[in-house]
Ligand binder design. Structure first.
Ligand SMILES: [Fe+2]
Length: 221
């Protein structure tokens, strides 16, 4: 029987002994480390104003539930009332078990339709963030996503890439795309994550992690 990764090299015992003598790198994991699929963009917002806006939005609305906390910042023009389950999630693919077979879940969401900034938050700094990003690229669903302590997403891929703006984080909050894992500091920068590759987000820290996450309907073009 063959297994995924059978062609990868294995360590001989002498190589293994030598590897044990190497110093362990424990510093760089607490910093941002880019990869082709995770890049920092040359766009930076004021982290103090982002945190003030988060406090204000939470005061007005609050997160949708205790575990999957989401607050939409964009909507279909004129939208009122609750969001459908699919609009809160949307099409993704994953290999969910030992068959290693990729399957589709849920229905596609047309990100381009979510073109309006939620009017209730028009007076917050998040509106400025949306306007600035929109000068450079088309923005689809933009949400504030909270990930509670000791929580991970599924291992999946999406139809489109995403931008992340960390607002609250801790060193145990990590983003993984394909075989690369990095921490995204809450430094006001915009981070590109190519979530068309397999990815997950993990909060292995003690405090909740909060990011703005914006989908890019046009992808990289
Ligand atoms: Fe995703």
């Amino acid at each position: 029987m063959s297994y995924p990764g059978d062609a990868a090299s294995s360590l001989s015992i002498p190589e293994f002994r030598a590897a044990l003598r190497r110093p362990v790198a424990a510093e760089h994991v607490a910093s941002f480390q880019p990869s082709p699929e995770i890049q920092r963009l040359d766009i930076r917002f004021d982290i103090g104003l982002l945190r003030d806006a988060l406090a204000e939005v939470e005061r007005r609305k609050g997160f949708s539930d205790d575990v999957w906390g989401a607050i939409p910042l964009t909507q279909k023009p004129g939208h009122t009332g609750p969001w459908s389950e699919n609009d809160l999630s949307g099409l993704y693919h994953m290999r969910s078990d030992e068959r290693y077979q990729e399957e589709a879940f849920e229905e596609p969401v047309d990100e381009a339709l979510f073109s309006e900034f939620v009017p209730d938050f028009a007076d917050t700094y998040f509106a400025e963030v949306h306007a600035t990003l929109s000068q450079h690229m088309q923005i689809g669903r933009m949400r504030i996503l909270r990930k509670v302590s000791y929580n991970a997403n599924s291992w999946h891929r999406d139809p489109e890439p995403r931008l992340h703006i960390p607002i609250l984080t801790n060193p145990g909050s990590l983003f993984i795309v394909n075989n690369h894992c990095t921490h995204l500091p809450a430094d006001g920068h915009v981070y590109f994550t190519d979530t068309r590759g397999y990815h997950t987000a993990v909060n292995g820290g003690l405090e909740p992690r909060v990011h703005i996450v914006a989908a890019l309907p046009e992808g990289l073009n």
